[in-house]
Design a protein around this ligand. Sequence first.
Ligand code: HEM
Length: 516
Amino acid sequence: MTFHIPLWETTVLLLLGAVIVWPVFNYFRDRKRLRRFPAPSVAGFTNIWMMYQQYNHNRVLATHDAHQKLGKAVRVGPNHLSFISRQAVKDIYGHGTAAQKDKFYISFTGTHESSLDSTDRQAHGEKRKRLAAAFAQKRVSDMEYLVSDDVQKLVNRFDEAILNDKVINVRWYINMLLFDLTGHLVFSQSLGCVERGDDMMVAQKLDGTKYETKPANALRNSLRIGSTMGWAPSLFQLNKRLTWWHPGWKGGADFNSIVLHMVRTRLEKEQQGAELNDFFKSLVWTKDGGPLGLEIGEMVAECALLLNAGSDTTTIVLVGTMFLLTKWPDAAKKLREELDMALGDDFDGVPAFDSVKNLPYLRACVDEAMRMRPPLRGGLPRVTPKEGMQIDGEWIAGNTTVSVPTYSLHHDADLFKDPWTYRPERWLEENAAELQSVFIPFSAGGRGCIGRNVSYLELLVVVSTLMRRYDFEFEAGPGFELETKDTVNAHPGPMMMKLKRRKFGMDLEKVDSATA
Ligand code: HEM
């Protein structure tokens, strides 16, 4: 006797079981006691809620909305809790936390893990140690001349726009500047993006074939699809195959091919005996000058992270700072007074880092921009240890994903008074030290950003140069709002601006003839 198994019916039943019956069963079984936390929509049953929001650039705002309606601890996935509180920041991200990076990060892993996506504590420790020396304040300060050369090129571009009476997309040129800066700081390579006004770069396949491609959009597309699939890590490979057609996968491959070309070019220079003082050096040599012997795949993974983390994040903060200073003219006025005092009457070029690094209002303007518009605005997912852990006074079972959404934390009125007001002064007031423990644009603890020192060097030099030299106006008028599209990073949309050279204590004729 033979049994006939109806294929279609069986497939439909299996799908229904996987998508509806099993999640509902798990929800009510509630082995981790997560049902005590309220959840928006179907988030308690399925990761599809989070994936849908992520793909549609809406994860940050949907999570924020859930916190507004449901409280400071909410369930944003069947196995994911989101917390807003000072204690939760300490418990989840602080030094010595028992929480580890979540499997979400496999969505960034190529052939090798980088410092960012490595989930194993020991493996991460080794990678981090390697980079730490390169990112120390002293080493970073030695690279200052590279920063000023590149910023001067941006200034030339902006001057040219004034000369030709052109409106300029400030967001785009800042993005190009950050590619140039990262090319110099990481690889000692000139990418020439500001001068050309585009991000075209050479890429190289494993077999050595070269082609040209543009990384800005490729990276954005790649982060969009990768982060969406990251919310169902156990299905990542399957989902990747099912969405093979999505341009983000090719974008990610193109981005890595650009980095492969940079790595090979940089290694060739090394072989020719060049002594280059860049971040790449720490991937080739140990501290004592011995060869490190990393595989090329590992160098590419680490460098792709540096090119991505180094360019996108700082672009977002710079654009955010210029946007907010244009929106809040009182703050801009105060900043310019501080800069005018510090830099003297006859200088409006690119200031030395030393002359701006301790200006309190300048630093406050940048920090306030990072509070309101942090580049990574969503919660960075961590996982509790298998024995469970205490978070914000609640016992959370083992292997549960937990996070603090940076955007919601930075806009919590219990932590930051008038959170929607751009008020740099808050960072200069008596309780400023208290605010620092809930200010996490760079995350915190042992998995916090290693590039903090270099970011402040870039941010303070660029903001002081631009604010000192130019007056800015939005082309669309003062009501202009800057669009933001979240992937993992909060990518700003175009920011069309009219620029004017400022006239201050200098010989006015000199300024006029320079801009005529
Ligand atoms: C304002 C600029 C920047 C901001 C706001 C920022 C923010 C962050 C955040 C939030 C993380 C943690 C990510 C996570 O846990 O998922 C991170 C990690 C990291 N960032 Fe940055 N970043 C900035 C600039 C840079 C720069 C300029 C570099 C290097 C050129 C850099 C290199 C890294 C690296 C290597 C990591 C991984 C660290 C680890 O896991 O050990 N970042 N950054």
